[in-house]
Design a protein around this ligand. Structure first.
Ligand code: FES
Length: 160
């Protein structure tokens, strides 16, 4: 049985008529063509599918799309403002904090959420904030450096 679900995605209203038990991850990728959100494990373990749901970092492989009704979802495609990348996106590029890139959208969205909660995180807070995001190729040093760089950029902008 299909139902119609309405929610906001990256600032625009989205309407999908679908099986309400489908994963939000699959609806984003297959119905809305937002393929920046990745399927990794499908079990909530890797973080590749992370989006913001009403501002909260959320593993979209664990969310039936019915639970998205009336919410606001942000995916990696919704982070930049026009041609201006988010400071975390810039920092990942500057630090070379990606290799194959498969985990990167989830990592970046996790980092954005972390820096909203904790604008000036310690090394330990960055490590624990990014915990549960698996990267198979890059190692984590550059990722931690990128989050630190983004924190400094955002702090600098807010004090400018
Ligand atoms: Fe959702 Fe791995 S695909 S956590």
């Amino acid at each position: 049985m299909s139902i119609t679900i309405r929610f906001n995605v990256n600032g625009a209203e989205a309407t999908v008529t679908t099986d309400p038990e489908r994963r939000l991850l699959d609806v984003l990728r297959e119905d809305l063509q937002l393929t920046g959100t990745k399927y990794g494990c499908g079990e909530g373990q890797c973080g590749a599918c992370l989006v913001h749901l009403d501002g909260e970092p959320t593993r979209s492989c664990l969310v039936p799309v019915r639970d998205a009704e009336g919410t606001s979802v942000t995916t990696i495609e919704g982070l930049a403002r026009g041609d201006t990348l988010h400071a975390v996106q810039e920092a990942f590029i500057e630090e070379g904090a990606m290799q194959c890139g498969y985990c990167t959208s989830g990592m970046i969205l996790a980092a954005v959420a972390l820096l909203r909660r904790t604008p000036d995180p310690t090394h330990e807070q960055i490590v624990s904030g990014m915990d549960g995001h698996l990267c198979r190729c890059n190692g984590y040093v550059k990722i931690v450096n990128a989050v630190r760089r983004a924190a400094e950029t955002i702090q600098g902008a807010s004090h400018a």
